[in-house]
Design a binder for this molecule. Structure first.
Ligand code: CMC
Length: 438
């Protein structure tokens, strides 16, 4: 990165002028370094929602929203989706390089060794109401991991950080599956280390002690793909939350728990759940698809087309394109197997929404395209995963992204405690008035 180029900032009221360095990334948008602005000129910058602000340097994921490009450590998401596996992608995100055969074998063994949970953690589940949302349980249980591993972690030791990363990646499917088992009054299922990451999760979700369980290989492949596509997405709200929480040197399990809380919102990871609710509403209502498109365009109506639009993508989300095809293939597989396929109608409705929206000036002029959540929910639903577990699966997949960013932040010499400024618009100084005089 070169610091030689600058932009000149002139204060028209005082005539004062300063040079601000332009930082050139290896790929993407040049960035103005404003760190010296307050000291040199006495100004803050104002950017709610970080529309134009890079909060850190990172070499994990590259995203070009105008072109619809997503790469993990330089590898196009399309290639990883086709050729890689979720665990290999985890290695890539954590390490920055794809593993060789021996490295991958070793990594898989390490992850497998950490899949069990401390038995005492089971008791946490019984503290929750049975109808509690599994994401609420995830926030609580993942945060509670800090009570089990806190003393052992020195976050400035790279090896300790890697152990925490491995523990989180390995334990997340167990924690996630148990949140489902608890809500449904089912006995907790232990991990089976002979199974792949995705198959093990499905086994922990659905197997019964009374009969053998074998996951449909099509489901295993589809879930693995969904996890690859959700594994990281640079500085999104939940990842930034993990970074901000971790910037105070907080425990990594607590920081990831904060990330899960952020992901839960319907504007972020909770959208996959909302998409299905919207599609079911459309299918069950007497109104046609156009009625919902019109509602989404109506500014007096809070309804938005869920699974549409993205802060960064002003083009088709590349993950949505891959997921749409998988969704289509999975439904075809269900049809071929002669399995009940009540999801076809949801898929057809989603395609119809997409078709109409992409021709409508409102969506076209605002660059609103389907995002990753638009089709992923139909796949999960068809696999028998209940609606309230969708965002949990997103959290399970994104854990590697969160912990990779946390790890990168801790070792970045430029990283400091995250502490934004504000534009104060409150009352001016005034004197306290005693209660009986107000
Ligand atoms: N339906 C209707 N209008 C929309 C939609 C939508 N889904 N998304 C954005 N717009 C409009 C919005 O009203 C605004 O219009 P105007 O310029 O007239 O005020 C314009 O498009 C820009 O939207 P914005 O809210 O300023 O954009 P943002 O970058 O702040 O928000 C978003 C991005 C993803 C929160 C938003 O597009 C949205 O709410 N989408 C639906 C929820 C969703 O699918 N979220 C999942 C995101 S992808 C998964 C993830 O990364 O978590």
């Amino acid at each position: 990165m070169s610091k030689t180029e600058t932009v000149t900032l002139i204060d028209n009221s005082t005539g004062k002028q300063i040079e601000l360095p332009i930082l050139r990334p290896s790929n993407g948008t040049p960035t103005i370094d404003v760190r010296g602005l307050y000291k040199k000129m006495g100004y803050f910058t104002y950017d709610p929602g970080f529309l134009s602000t890079a909060s850190c340097q990172s070499s994990i994921t590259f995203l070009d929203g105008e072109e619809g490009i997503l790469q993990y450590a330089g590898y196009p998401i399309e290639q990883l989706a086709e050729h890689s596996s979720f665990l290999e992608t985890c290695y890539l995100l954590l390490d920055g390089e794809l593993p060789n055969e021996q490295e991958f074998k070793q990594f898989s063994t390490i992850i497998t060794c950490h899949t069990m949970l401390h038995e005492a953690l089971k008791r946490f589940y019984s503290g929750f109401r049975r109808d509690g949302h599994p994401m609420a349980i995830m926030v609580g249980v993942v945060g509670a991991l800090s009570a089990f591993y806190h003393d052992e972690i020195n976050i400035h030791d790279p090896q300790d950080r890697m152990i925490a990363a491995h523990q989180l990646i390995a334990k997340m499917p167990t924690i996630a599956a148990w949140s489902y088992r608890y809500a449904n009054g089912l006995p907790f299922t232990y991990p089976d280390n002979n199974l792949s990451y995705a198959e093990n999760f499905l086994q922990m979700m659905f197997s019964m002690p009374t009969e053998p369980y074998k996951a449909d290989p099509f489901y295993v492949k589809a879930l693995d793909l969904i996890m690859i596509l959700h594994a990281d997405h640079e500085q999104n709200a939940s990842t930034s939350t993990v970074r901000l929480t971790g910037s105070s040197e907080a425990n990594p399990f607590a920081a990831v728990s904060a990330g899960i809380a952020s992901l839960w919102g319907p504007a972020h990871g909770g959208a996959n759940e909302s998409v299905i609710r919207m599609l079911v509403d459309i299918v069950e209502s007497d109104n046609d698809v156009q009625y919902y498109i019109d509602r989404a365009k109506d500014k007096s109506d809070r309804f938005r087309l869920m699974g549409f639009g993205h802060r960064i993508y002003k083009n088709y989300d590349p993950r949505a394109r891959i997921i749409r095809k998988t969704c289509h293939d999975l439904l075809e597989h269900l049809n071929k197997e002669g399995k009940d396929n009540e999801y076809q109608e949801l898929f057809d409705t989603a395609m119809e929404l997409e078709r109409i929206a992409l021709k409508d000036d409102y969506f076209v002029s605002r660059n609103l395209y389907p995002n990753v959540d638009f089709y992923s929910g139909i796949i999960l639903l068809a696999m028998g995963i209940p609606l309230n577990m969708f965002t949990v699966i997103f959290a399970m997949s994104r854990t590697v992204g969160w912990i990779s960013h946390w790890n990168e932040m801790i070792q970045d010499p430029e990283s400091r405690i995250g502490r934004p400024r504000q534009l104060y618009n409150g009352a001016l100084p005034r004197d306290y008035v005693p209660l009986n005089k107000r």
